[in-house]
Design a protein around this ligand. Structure first.
Ligand code: GTP
Length: 914
C-alpha cells in the first residue's frame, strides 16, 4: 500500500510569532536584560527629558489626589443600572434576554421597563433598554452605571451610537462597553477580522484606547452563544463603577412600577383631571428626605406627597457562606414586563400575570385570581390602544427654526448617509468617516504595521474624538464638566479614573481574549502605555498649547539640575593610574553642556610644561597636586583611601621606589583572624540593617508621613466619619433610621405624587423610562444662568441668538431662548447674532438654577431625525451669581433686557413623555 507522505510542518521565519520564538531561543534577551547588562547605556542622556519625566511622574502622583468624599455607600447597594443602547434591531432585547437567562435561568418574554435580577451574592443588576428617541437617550444616560453599546458589525457605526456617546460624556461618563452583534453575517473570515479590527479602533478612538469591546459571534435558536453571554455576564458582575458627581449628590429613582391612585369617581366625572400616582423603584445616589422636591424628566417639578420604604422585592441572598446562588436566590423582578409575583403594597396587593414568566410557584398562587388578572389585562390593552392613538407633541408651540446651513462645516463632520435596509425595512443612519480615517486604508499592511502614526492621523482628523477627549476630560463626573476651557486638575482626575478602570479590567479574564491575541505587540505596548499613563496619552489641545511653555520650564529646571550631576560627564580614566598622565573631562555627546562644565579641580589639560615655573616651590606644587591621583579628590576618590583599598586587596607589596615593604592587612591581622571574622559579620549585619532601614524609610515616605498631605489627612478623617456614621445607626431599625437619615440608597421605595398631569398616565409606555430626580435646596428655583457653550462640530448649522433651544441640564429637559455673547478685551459681553463655528462663546438663559460646573447639551428639536447629528451644542454652567451682571452688560450694549426677562424662558419640563 502506498503511504502518502504528509505535508511537513513549515516553520515560520518572519512575522511576530517567529520574532517571539527567536527571542526565546536567545534566552529571552529583552530590553529588560539589556538594561541590567548595560546600565550606562540607559542612564540619563538628556536632562530635559529627565526633567520632563520628573514632571510626568509628579503629575501622575498628583492625579491620585481626589477631593475625598465621605463614603456613603450603603452596606446593601442598589442594583447597578445597565443601559443597553444601540440602533434599532441591533439585538438589544435579545442581549438583555440572554443575560437574564444567564443569571436567573429564567426566560423573559417582552423586555419592557427596568428588569432587576440578582446576579451574585453581592450584586444586583437592573437592565433597561434604551430606544432611539433622543429624550430617552438623554434621561437614561443620567442614571446609567454601565452602558452596553450594541453595534451591528454587519452594517458599521450608526449615528445613534455617537449621539449616545456624546450625551454620556456631557452627563457624567458612566462606564461604556461595546458589543458587536451580527458577526455571523460575515461569510469570509478575513473580512470578519478586518471589520472587527476597524470597529475596535474606531470605538477606541471614541471611548478611550483599550475600551472593552465584546463580540457576539452568532446566534443559536435566536439566542447569542451561551459561552459569550456568560463571559459578558461575568465581566459585568465583577466590574467596578466610578462614582459620578451628579449621581452621588442627588437622590434618584429609576421607576419600575407605577400605579394610578386617583379616585375612580373623579376620573369618571373628569377624565382629564390631574392624577395622584405612586411610583416605585430602588433609591439610588444619595439620601432622600420625605416631602422633598423632585423633577420627573418630561413631566415637571413636584413636591413629594409621601415616601415609604417597602420590603425589597428582589433581595440579595442572606447567607454569605455558600459559594454559588441556588435557584431560589436567582430572583427576577420586572413588574412592567409582568414579572414580580404578588406584590404587597402599603394599601394594596398587586398580582402578576402568569403567562409572562415561568415561576410555577407564583403561577399557582395567582390561579384563584385569574378573573381579576383578566380584567387587568383588558384594562391594560385599552390603555395601550389609547396610548397608540394619542400623541402629544412636547414643543409644538415653539418657533420653527430657519436653518442656516454652512457648507464649509460639512467637511468637518463625518457624513451621515441614510441607507435603506430591506431586511429590517427601515432607513439606517450610517456614519461615513473621511477617507483617511477609514481603517481599511491600512488593509495592505499587516497588524504589525498598525502604527502610531495611523492612530495619530486618525485622532487628529476625528473631530468627534477630539471633542470627546475634551469633554471626557472636562465632564468626567467631576465637579466641573467643562469642555474646552476646563482647568487641568479635572483632567487629571479623569485620567486617574481611567487608570483605575484599566486596573480593574486587568484583573479579569476577558471574554474577547481574541481581542488581545489579534493585537500586535506594538498595539499591546501602546495599550500598556495608555494604561500606565491614564488617558494622558490623549493629549488635549490645551496640552499641546502648553507644551511650548512647559518645554521652556523644563529647560530651566534641567539647567538647575545639570551641574555636578553624576553620570553626565565621564572622567577619561585611561592612564589615570599613571602619575604622569593628565586627566581630562569628556562631556558625553552633548555639545551644549560643554559650557556648563565646572570642574572642581584644576584643569590639568591646560598645563603647559614648557612655561617656566618654579616647580621647587611648594605652593606651585600644591597648585597642581589635586590634578593627580595622589591629590585630594572627593572622599571616595581620595588617593590615600584608594591605596588603602589596594592594600587590602593585594596584601603585601614592596614599594620599588623607596624600598619600603608594606605588609598586607591579612598578614598584619593574622593573629586576630577570628576577631576580624566576627567584625566582618557585624559589619555585614549593620549593612543589612542599614539597607532595611533605608528601604523602610523610603516606604514610609511614600505611604505615610513623608507624603502625608492634606488630602491624606482629610481622607482618613472622612473614613473615620463614614465608620462612625455607619456604626451610629447600625443597630437601629429602618423606621427609626429613616427619621434621622432620610431614605438611604438601596432601599426599595414608594413615592406618592399628586397633581400629575393626566397625560403622564394616559401616555404611559413602559418602554420609556420614568426617572425621579431629587433636587437640591436651590435647584427648584429659576433664574439667570451664564454658561459656556460650543456648537457641536458635527452639527451642520450654527445657532442663532433668540432661537429656541432645548437644553438638557441636571435632571431637566426644557426649552429656552439663549443669548449668545463673547467677552471683549474690555470685559464687556458683546452680543453675538450667531454662535461661532469652532469656538466657545458665552450663553445666557433664563432657566432652572443648577450648580456651577454642571454639563449640559442642547438640541434644536426632539422630534424626528432629520438633522445629520442631533446634538446641536454642549457646554457647562459657568456662573450663577454674576449672571445678573451679564444681563446688565447686555443691557448696556443695547440689548432689550425686558424682552429677555419676559419671553426668554419658555417652559421647564413638558407634560408628556415624548
Ligand atoms: N443573525 C443575527 N441576528 C441577530 C443578531 N442579533 C440580533 N439578531 C436578530 O435581530 C432581530 C432584532 O433583535 P432585537 O433583539 O429585537 O433587536 P432590538 O435592538 O431589541 O430591536 P428594537 O428594540 O426593535 O430596536 C431579531 O430577530 C434577532 O434575532 C445577530 O448577532 N445575528
Amino acid at each position: 500500500i502506498e503511504v502518502k507522505e504528509q505535508k511537513r510542518h513549515q516553520q515560520k521565519h518572519s512575522g511576530p510569532k517567529a520574532e517571539r520564538k527567536k527571542l526565546k531561543k536567545q534566552g529571552g534577551s529583552t530590553e529588560e536584560d539589556e538594561r541590567k547588562r548595560n546600565p550606562r547605556a540607559f542612564a540619563v542622556q538628556s536632562a530635559v527629558r529627565m526633567a520632563k519625566m520628573f514632571h510626568r511622574s509628579q503629575d501622575i502622583k498628583t492625579k491620585k489626589h481626589h477631593i475625598p468624599l465621605v463614603d456613603r455607600t450603603p452596606v446593601e447597594p442598589p442594583p447597578v443600572v445597565i443601559v443597553v443602547v444601540g440602533p434599532p434591531k441591533v439585538g438589544k432585547s435579545t442581549l438583555i434576554r440572554c443575560l437574564i437567562k444567564n443569571f436567573t435561568r429564567q426566560k423573559l418574554g417582552d423586555v419592557c421597563g427596568p428588569v432587576t435580577i440578582v446576579s451574585g451574592k453581592k450584586r444586583r443588576l437592573t437592565f433597561m433598554e434604551c430606544n432611539n428617541d433622543i429624550n430617552t437617550m438623554i434621561d437614561l444616560a443620567k442614571v446609567a452605571d454601565l452602558v452596553l453599546m450594541l453595534i451591528d458589525a454587519s452594517f458599521g457605526f450608526e449615528m445613534e451610537t455617537f449621539e449616545f456617546l456624546n450625551i454620556c460624556q456631557v452627563h457624567g461618563s458612566p462606564r461604556i462597553m461595546g458589543v458587536l452583534t451580527h458577526l455571523d453575517s460575515f461569510k469570509n473570515n478575513k473580512a470578519l477580522r478586518k471589520t472587527k479590527k476597524n470597529l475596535k479602533h474606531r470605538f477606541w478612538t471614541e471611548v478611550y484606547q483599550g475600551a472593552k469591546l465584546f463580540y457576539l459571534s452568532g446566534m443559536v435558536y435566536d439566542e447569542y452563544q451561551s459561552q459569550e453571554v456568560k463571559n459578558l455576564g461575568r465581566f459585568i458582575s465583577v466590574m467596578k463603577f466610578r462614582p459620578l458627581v451628579w449621581q452621588t449628590s442627588h437622590p434618584y429613582v429609576l421607576v419600575d412600577r407605577m400605579e394610578d391612585l386617583t379616585d375612580p369617581e373623579r376620573l369618571r366625572t373628569d377624565p382629564k383631571c390631574d392624577r395622584t400616582v405612586s411610583l416605585y423603584g430602588y433609591l439610588r445616589g444619595t439620601y432622600l428626605k420625605n416631602k422633598g422636591q423632585v423633577h420627573v424628566p418630561g413631566v415637571g417639578d413636584f413636591q413629594v406627597a409621601d415616601v415609604n420604604f417597602l420590603p425589597d422585592p428582589c433581595p440579595l441572598p442572606d447567607a454569605q457562606k455558600k459559594r454559588a446562588l441556588n435557584e431560589k436566590e436567582r430572583l427576577l423582578y420586572a413588574p412592567m414586563a409582568g414579572v414580580g409575583g404578588v406584590v404587597y403594597d402599603k394599601d394594596a396587593v398587586y398580582i402578576d400575570l402568569p403567562a409572562n414568566h415561568v415561576n410555577q410557584q407564583v403561577c399557582e398562587e395567582v390561579q384563584p385570581t385569574t378573573e381579576l388578572v383578566q380584567s387587568l389585562i383588558d384594562a391594560h390593552s385599552t390603555l395601550d390602544a389609547k396610548m397608540a392613538a394619542s400623541k402629544v407633541s412636547l414643543f409644538s408651540n415653539s418657533t420653527t427654526l430657519d436653518p442656516l446651513v454652512f457648507d464649509q462645516q460639512k467637511k468637518d463632520c463625518p457624513r451621515e448617509e441614510w441607507i435603506w435596509d430591506p431586511s429590517t425595512q427601515r432607513e439606517r443612519r450610517a456614519v461615513i468617516f473621511t477617507e483617511k480615517e477609514d481603517f481599511d486604508e491600512d488593509s495592505g499592511s499587516s497588524d504589525d504595521e498598525d502604527t502610531d502614526q495611523e492612530e495619530e492621523e486618525d485622532v487628529d482628523q476625528t473631530h468627534l474624538s477630539t471633542f470627546l477627549r475634551k469633554a471626557r476630560a472636562g465632564c468626567e463626573g467631576t465637579e466641573k464638566s467643562t469642555l474646552d476651557g476646563r482647568p487641568p486638575v479635572k483632567k487629571q482626575k479623569l485620567d486617574e479614573q481611567s487608570e483605575e478602570w484599566e486596573m480593574s479590567t486587568e484583573l479579569l479574564a476577558f471574554a474577547d481574549s481574541e481581542d488581545d491575541l489579534e493585537m500586535s505587540e506594538e498595539e499591546k505596548d501602546k495599550k500598556k502605555e495608555a494604561g500606565r499613563e491614564g488617558d494622558s496619552g490623549h493629549s488635549s489641545v490645551e496640552e499641546e498649547d502648553q507644551s511650548d511653555d512647559e518645554a521652556e520650564e523644563d529647560v530651566a529646571a534641567a539647567e538647575a539640575s545639570v551641574e555636578g550631576e553624576p553620570g553626565e560627564y565621564k572622567i577619561a580614566s585611561s592612564g589615570c593610574g599613571s602619575m604622569n598622565t593628565v586627566c581630562t573631562f569628556l562631556p558625553v555627546d552633548h555639545p551644549q553642556k560643554k559650557k556648563r562644565v565646572i570642574a572642581n579641580y584644576v584643569d590639568c589639560s591646560r598645563f603647559n610644561p614648557d612655561t617656566s615655573h618654579n616647580w621647587d616651590l611648594e605652593e606651585m606644587l600644591s597648585s597642581i597636586r589635586d590634578c593627580f591621583v595622589t591629590g585630594k579628590w572627593e572622599e571616595d576618590q581620595d588617593a590615600a583611601a584608594l591605596l588603602k583599598e589596594d592594600e587590602k586587596l593585594f596584601g603585601e607589596f614592596e614599594d620599588l621606589e623607596t624600598g619600603e615593604v608594606h605588609q598586607g592587612l591579612d598578614a598584619v591581622h593574622d593573629a586576630e583572624d577570628s576577631l576580624v571574622k566576627v567584625d566582618l559579620e557585624e559589619v555585614q549585619k549593620k549593612k543589612r540593617l542599614e539597607k532595611k532601614r533605608r528601604l523602610k524609610e523610603r516606604f514610609d515616605a511614600e505611604y505615610d508621613d513623608g507624603d502625608a498631605t492634606y488630602f491624606d489627612d482629610l481622607k482618613e478623617e472622612m473614613q473615620k466619619q463614614a465608620e462612625v456614621n455607619r456604626a451610629e445607626f447600625k443597630d437601629e431599625d429602618d423606621e427609626t433610621r429613616v427619621q434621622y437619615e432620610g431614605f438611604r440608597p438601596g432601599m426599595y421605595i414608594r413615592l406618592e405624587i399628586s397633581s400629575v398631569p393626566c397625560e403622564f398616565v394616559i401616555n404611559f409606555d413602559p418602554h420609556y423610562p420614568i426617572i425621579i430626580g431629587g433636587l437640591g435646596s436651590s435647584e427648584g428655583n429659576i433664574g439667570y444662568l451664564q454658561m459656556r457653550l460650543k456648537k457641536h462640530r458635527w452639527y451642520e448649522r450654527i445657532l442663532k441668538t433668540r432661537d429656541p433651544l432645548i437644553l438638557s441640564l441636571g435632571w431637566r429637559r426644557f426649552q429656552t431662548i439663549p443669548l449668545y455673547h463673547i467677552e471683549d478685551h474690555n470685559g464687556r459681553h458683546r452680543l453675538l447674532k450667531y454662535t461661532p463655528q469652532h469656538m466657545h462663546c458665552g450663553a445666557s438663559i433664563w432657566g432652572p438654577i443648577t450648580p456651577q460646573g454642571t454639563g449640559f447639551l442642547a438640541v434644536q428639536s426632539v422630534a424626528g431625525m432629520k438633522a445629520n447629528f442631533r446634538i446641536a451644542a454642549t457646554g457647562v454652567i459657568l456662573d450663577l451669581d454674576k449672571s445678573v451682571i451679564v444681563m446688565k452688560k447686555l443691557k448696556l450694549i443695547g440689548y432689550p433686557y425686558k424682552i429677555f426677562k419676559n419671553t426668554c424662558f419658555v417652559k421647564v419640563g413638558a407634560y408628556s413623555l415624548v
